[in-house]
Write a protein that binds this ligand. Structure first.
Ligand SMILES: Nc1nc2c(ncn2[C@@H]2O[C@H](COP(=O)(O)OP(=O)(O)OP(=O)(O)O)[C@@H](O)[C@H]2O)c(=O)[nH]1
Length: 573
């Protein structure tokens, strides 16, 4: 059972797996975006930073250029006034540094408009430097006045003013450009922060959704698994119950089959006890049946640890009083008087054995298994089994009584000739096999016809019944007294030698002769003749035993009646 995968649970776990896969894919996608986002943002920021760096450098270089030109101009003026060479140092420095500065600026200028402005500045710078060189040369060659006149011409100032204006514009443009770049940088940083926050929030939301879905799925799966396990458990229990019921049914069938073969009530009770013990493990019990007198019940069989009383009166069992099953052994239950002391506290169930409205006895069961959860089902089955057992037990009694009727002579209640024939054969075989003796007494009432004639047939019947009673009282339990036919009777005596048989025959003869029956105000008396034969004493085979006894009886009649003749020896009396 355990191996069976619950279909609901497996489809549920597939759904859950798909949901989790989808959620995991979403989380991975969002995380990837979060991971790639900074890269793009960083690339953008790097671009802005580099441009910022370039703009700053260009701005600085323009400022340096302007400073160098201004310093060079001041040096030129100082030299014109003083004529001292050390005043030219800033000028020389500017002349030396400006070409490299210009080259540097050209390299940093990528745009066409920028380059055009730079071209203009370079042109003006060259003109300014050439002019200053001319002033210095004039000072050197023609003296202060000439140089001063050149300065006063204002050309140098014009160049310088134009340069200041152009470079100043550039510096100012670059300052604005840098301000723009800083703004871009700030907004990029803001975007990056917003993106990171959104991504983090999205991640958190997704993770919460995944956890919620997983948790919900897990709970559904656990519930489905629990339902599946419950169903599986119910199935297992139902299968176990069905198997148990099947075994009980089969067991009940076996019991009925065995009971059909039972010959006696005792045997049947033993069979019922054995099957109850086998089919209801853990329970002990007893079977009680009414005796013929019906004033007492006898324990016919018991099993397990049962120690109920051997004989009980009907009022001692509540099942018999109620005529239905009785639960005993519980704290508040009515206690049956037949319960043994050792198991009085155990749960107990008494079931009357009823057949065709007749209570023939009861079965009492005890044991803790009666308090088990499925005991209600067991109880119903026990009641059915008890019904079947009751029927079987009464059938056995019926069969035994029918069988008895078929072998019993109705007038004398002695066994009939049919039974004698069966028994005789068996006893003779046994005697021969074991080498033990067996004797036969043949009895014939003397002048019985006269009795009939004198007292009527009923008188004759009375005499026959009285003689039969004498026989029943005179023989042992193992002897078989039969009515052989008419007024002829036979007693078969196993394990009885010739002498003992002759003695018994004589006692019977005397008892018959001593009969004084009153019938219709008259006294009825009788005598009988008896022939006795025994195996092996008489010498013939066992099959000749009846013939030998008959011959002895004939001899007794012939010799005057009312006597016993032993085969081969002559009369005893
Ligand atoms: N009342 C009665 N008479 C029976 C029964 N069976 C046989 N008889 C009678 O028993 C008598 C037997 O008579 P017989 O065979 O002539 O023998 P007997 O009169 O006993 O004479 P002996 O045997 O020679 O002493 C017959 O009259 C039968 O009718 C029976 O069941 N009841």
């Amino acid at each position: 059972m355990r191996g069976l995968a619950p279909a609901g649970a497996s489809s549920l776990s597939m759904k859950l797996e798909n949901k989790l896969k989808l959620s995991a894919a979403c989380v991975i996608a969002v995380m990837s975006l979060v991971a790639i986002g900074p890269y793009f943002l960083n690339a953008q920021v790097r671009g802005v930073m580099s441009e910022l760096k370039r703009a700053s450098a260009v701005e600085r270089q323009y400022a340096t250029m302007l400073t160098l030109l201004a310093d060079a101009e001041a040096a030129e003026r100082g030299y014109v006034i003083t004529g001292r060479a050390e005043f030219l140092q800033p000028y020389n420095a500017a002349v030396g540094l400006l070409p490299a500065l210009r080259t540097n600026l050209r390299e940093r200028h990528t745009g066409t408009a920028e380059r055009m402005v730079l071209d203009q500045i370079e042109t003006l710078t060259s003109k300014k430097l050439d002019y200053m060189a001319q002033v210095v040369k004039t000072r050197d060659e023609r003296g202060f006045e000439a140089a001063q006149q050149l300065v006063d011409s204002g050309r140098g100032k014009t160049y310088m003013d134009q340069l200041r204006s152009l470079i100043g514009e550039q510096v100012s443009d670059y300052a604005l450009h840098r301000a723009d770049l800083r703004e871009t940088l700030t907004s990029s940083a803001d975007r990056a922060a917003s993106l990171a926050s959104i991504a983090t929030l999205a991640d958190i939301a997704l993770i919460i959704a995944v956890l919620f879905a997983a948790n919900r799925g897990l709970r559904q799966r656990l519930a489905a698994e629990s339902r599946a396990n419950e169903a599986s458990e119910q199935l297992r229990t139902a299968a176990a119950v069905a198997e148990k019921r099947n075994l009980q049914l089969l067991g009940g069938g076996d019991m009925l089959q065995a009971l059909e073969l039972a010959g006696t009530t005792d045997e049947s009770a033993g069979i019922v006890a054995r099957f109850f013990h086998r089919l209801l493990p853990g329970l002990s019990g007893s079977i009680y049946l009414y005796r013929n007198s019906r004033d007492v019940l006898e324990r016919k069989a018991s099993w397990g640890t049962a120690d109920d009383a051997e004989f009980i009166e009907p009022l001692e069992c509540w099942a018999l009083r109620k005529g239905s099953a009785h639960d005993g052994g519980h704290a508040h239950a009515l206690q049956c008087g037949h319960a043994g002391a050792s198991d009085a506290a155990l749960p107990r169930l008494c079931v009357p054995l009823v057949t065709q409205g007749n209570v023939i006895g009861f079965i009492t069961l005890q044991g803790t298994a009666l308090a088990a959860p499925d005991s209600a089902d067991d109880r119903a089955w026990i009641l059915r089994l008890a019904e079947q057992a009751a029927l079987a037990l009464s059938n056995v009694e019926l069969r035994a009584s029918l069988r008895l009727q078929s072998v019993i002579d109705p007038l004398t209640q002695l066994y009939n000739r049919r039974y004698l024939d069966e028994t005789l054969k068996r006893e003779l075989n046994r005697a021969q096999r074991r080498g033990t003796p067996v004797a036969v007494l043949m009895i014939d009432l003397d002048h019985f016809k006269r009795v009939n004639d004198t007292f009527g047939h009923e008188g004759g019947d009375l005499l026959l019944r009285s003689v039969a009673n004498i026989l029943k009282q005179s023989v042992r339990a193992c002897d078989v007294a039969c009515r052989y036919g008419g007024e002829e009777l036979i007693v078969l005596m196993p394990d009885c030698g010739l002498d003992s048989a002759a003695e018994r025959a004589e006692a019977i003869r005397a008892a018959i002769a001593g009969l004084h029956l009153s019938y219709n105000a008259q006294v009825l008396t009788a005598t009988a003749s008896l022939g006795v034969a025994a195996y092996p004493a008489c010498g013939g085979g066992p099959e000749l035993l009846v013939q030998e006894a008959d011959a002895a009886l004939y001899a007794a009649k012939r010799d005057g009646r009312n006597r016993v003749v032993v085969a081969g020896t002559g009369a005893v009396d």
